[in-house]
Design a binder for this molecule. Structure first.
Ligand code: NAI
Length: 455
């Protein structure tokens, strides 16, 4: 008998689609060729946060004297950190497996390939068997971009160049690490390796780090990380990767080279939709990204695409929600994906978190806005817990309606606070609505209230 839904891919979009389908009583199958949990759980979000937490613990120990706590000889054992990371990943992967089982979702651990469609449904082959599904959710994720830079692929083959996958399993930290791309992965990994004593150089082609982050916050972050010893080469174009470093061209046309023991290539990710047989059922993709509407439907009836494979937002939390939208529409419940209030976090230290419009995006869209800015030192708890650390909160409102349209944070707990701001943007709260909210005291979140009262 055909499944109600076959999910191709077991990452955040795939396993959550399976879970939600199972919860709703649908007969569901998840096909995953690697480990359940996908990039996020196995080689992305979770392992990187485990490493970054160890860096934080080291920092607390080394910096304790400022807080009246003296330790001697605090050091980090990277091998132990990686072993703990593996333990964390295994625990969570087992959790996903158990949740799918509890919801009666079948799992096949093999590469799935769409062969076509017959009267019963879509035919997907995996591990030499054919499975049929009335509905199909494609959730095959993304892979690191590897542009045709001279020597990049050759040196990836030798292990000199790494992506997010290999760097998280490095047993011995490099003395010198060159990072191509000053985006999310480059910065998070740069922060960890800088903290454990590696000389980190970030080569970025733009004139700023952290991509679409608010410009002021991007500059503050760069200043903070530079102070800690991270070297930034901005507006630099990588020309070649050699066996011992990266050659790049500077903004004024000079050729320079940074020598390194290892190179991290983190210049974005590309949807993975080739080699899964979408052409056999006519699913439309543009440069690998499977196009969907707001119901997560592709151009083919009963075929949905959720997560990185649609190339829209490429974040695990977006993937979760897209998966739910797809399953709800399969169930006949109207549900629409909205992208205007998706929080973004960079887990550097200090953390950066953002939702909605930045000053730059508001200007580009011609939105007339007011912006309130307060330094983090306006928060009592921030001052109590930090010494010599800068932070900021920016709140943007649409001038005419006084609607909250964006919040940007740099400082401790930013990642945990941003969902509250997302709620304000999502529910279109006005300045006066937020003024009436009571924030717990003392918390860093009160900084948002401080900013609101400046508007
Ligand atoms: P990214 O898109 O965040 O950053 C890539 C950077 O590389 C950009 O600043 C770009 O200007 C630069 N770049 C591109 N080509 C270059 C070249 N030839 N030379 C020098 N610089 C170049 O991509 P990243 O960091 O690889 O992350 C990939 C994905 O993973 C992102 O979509 C991100 O959303 C996701 N991710 C999210 C995390 C989070 O939410 N905290 C953590 C890690 C990854």
């Amino acid at each position: 008998m055909a499944y109600d839904v076959i999910v191709l891919g077991g990452g955040p979009a795939g396993y959550l689609a399976g879970e939600r389908a199972g919860q709703a009583g649908l007969k569901a199958l998840v096909i995953e060729k690697r480990a359940l949990g996908g990039v996020c759980l196995n080689e992305g979000c979770i392992p990187s946060k485990t490493l970054l937490n160890s860096a934080k613990v080291l920092h607390y120990a080394q910096d304790g004297a400022k807080f009246g706590v003296t330790t001697t000889g605090a050091s980090i054992d990277h091998k132990v950190v990686v072993a703990r990371k593996n333990k964390v990943v295994n625990t969570l992967v087992s959790g996903v497996k158990a949740t799918l089982k509890a919801n009666k979702v079948d799992v096949v651990n093999a590469a799935g390939f769409i062969k076509g469609k017959d009267a019963e449904g879509f035919i997907v082959e995996a591990d030499g068997k054919e499975y049929k599904g009335v509905n199909l959710i494609i959730a095959t994720g993304s892979a690191p971009a590897m542009p045709p830079i001279k020597g990049l692929r050759e040196n990836y083959a030798t292990g000199f160049v790494m992506t997010n996958r290999e760097i998280l399993d490095l047993e011995t930290p490099p003395k010198k690490l060159a990072i191509i791309g000053g985006g999310v992965i480059g910065l998070e990994m740069g922060v960890y390796f800088n903290a454990i004593g590696t000389e980190v150089t970030v080569i970025e082609m733009l004139d700023h780090i952290a991509g679409p982050t608010d410009g002021e916050i991007s500059r503050m972050l760069q200043k903070d990380l530079s102070k800690k010893g991270v070297i930034f080469k901005l507006q630099c174009k990588v020309m070649e990767v050699t066996a011992d470093g990266v050659v790049y061209e500077t903004a004024d046309g000079k050729t320079e080279k940074v020598e390194a023991d290892k190179v991290l290539c983190s210049i974005g990710r590309r949807p993975v939709s080739n080699e899964i047989g979408i052409e056999n059922i006519g699913v439309y993709a543009e440069r690998g990204a499977i196009k969907t509407d707001r119901f997560m439907r592709t151009n083919i009836p009963n075929v949905y695409a959720a997560g990185d494979v649609n190339g829209t937002s490429m974040l695990a939390h977006t993937a979760y929600r897209e998966a739910e939208v797809a399953v709800n529409n399969i169930l006949g419940k109207r549900d629409i994906m909205r992208y205007n209030a998706i929080p973004a976090v960079i887990y550097t230290s200090p953390e950066i978190a953002s939702v909605g419009e930045t000053e730059e995006t508001a200007k580009a869209k011609g939105i007339v806005y007011d912006c309130a800015k307060v330094p983090m030192v306006y928060s009592g708890r921030f001052v109590a817990e930090n010494e010599g650390v800068e932070g900021i909160c920016k709140v943007l409102v649409e001038k005419a309606s006084r609607k909250i349209i964006g919040v940007q944070l740099m400082g401790s707990y930013a990642s945990e606070m941003i969902y509250g701001a997302a709620l304000m943007v999502e529910t279109e709260m006005r300045v006066n609505d937020v003024k009436e909210l009571v924030f717990p005291h003392p918390t860093v979140s009160e900084i948002i209230r401080e900013a609101i009262f400046k508007l």
